[in-house]
Design a protein around this ligand. Structure first.
Ligand SMILES: [Zn+2]
Length: 280
């Protein structure tokens, strides 16, 4: 990774999960994960950038060749929980078991150990910060699991916007959020990338990385214009939020492409190694 001083750093994460697993009767819907992920892989290759794939264990077990395609293309494989269960629904013991299964599923041995973690639905909050010890005990070096703002589902408003090393030794890289006068919504992630007017997203990125890197994330479904309609999980059956889950999917990759042009794109592991905050 070559850092151009004039360009902000964009940490690019793909959250690899299959929402159908968490919907009643969901596996009766068409399997779109592999197709969409291959489209994302082609886009990354075309742009000439590498990303970090935060991968759920069940997905890794179901698509072993896809996992190898991702790793062979030079992308980083990181953990995203074995069953995509929010941390508040697990205690430390259950998370320990879940994470061990997740890491086992991701162990594509020749590509080295998994260093990174993202909590499902950014569920690492003030109340679940016990998770950092579980992560450290499992050998995880960094996490990007905190939304430093309020959200109906999650958030840790007092965390601050800068990456910092937690007492367990794990580096937390919080999600980059908008500054005032906008509410602290993620700048370039999933539904926010699709729903927030793009000039605001671009403006936020062009302001530079004064408080840390821009974090962008995408799920395979974020680009899927052909997915059947169903109520997505973790939305408390909120119909408005579910409508947003389908909003503007046809624009997601195009918007991301424009951000990629404006930024220096990095895998999380490379940025952690270069920023001097990671494990010595
Ligand atoms: Zn997720």
């Amino acid at each position: 990774m070559t850092i151009e001083k004039s360009k902000p750093v964009l940490l690019l994460g793909i959250d690899l999960e299959d929402v159908r697993e968490h919907v009643s009767g969901g596996m009766n819907y068409r399997d779109r994960l592999e197709t969409n992920t291959q489209v994302i892989l082609q886009a990354l290759e075309y742009w000439g950038v590498s990303a970090t794939f935060f991968t759920v264990g069940s997905v890794a077990r179901r698509y072993p060749s896809l996992l190898r395609d991702i790793a062979l293309a030079g992308h980083e494989i990181a953990a995203h929980g074995d069953t995509h269960t929010q941390l508040a629904k697990m205690g430390p013991n259950q998370m320990e078991t879940d994470l061990a299964r997740n890491l086992d599923a991701l162990s594509v041995s020749e590509f080295g150990p998994v260093k990174g973690f993202r909590a499902p639905t950014f569920s690492l909050t003030q109340d679940t910060q016990w998770a950092y010890k579980v992560l450290a005990d499992a050998g995880i070096e960094y996490s990007s699991s905190v939304l430093p703002g309020l959200n109906p589902l999650y958030g840790w408003p007092g965390f601050g916007r800068r990456a910092r090393t937690m007492p367990s030794g794990v580096l937390e890289i919080p999600v980059a959020v908008h500054s005032r006068p906008l509410p602290p919504l993620p700048i370039a992630g999933g539904v926010y990338l699709r729903v927030v007017p793009f000039f605001l997203t671009r403006w936020a990125c062009r302001r530079g990385d004064r408080e840390g890197p821009i974090t962008a994330y995408l799920h395979p479904y974020d680009i899927d214009t052909e997915q059947e309609r169903f109520m997505h999980p973790d939305l408390n059956n909120n119909r408005v939020m579910n409508a947003l889950m389908y909003w503007n999917r046809g624009q997601a990759l195009d918007r991301l492409a424009r951000l990629v042009k404006d930024c220096t794109v990095s895998r999380y592991c490379d940025w952690v190694r270069n920023c001097g905050l990671g494990k010595k």
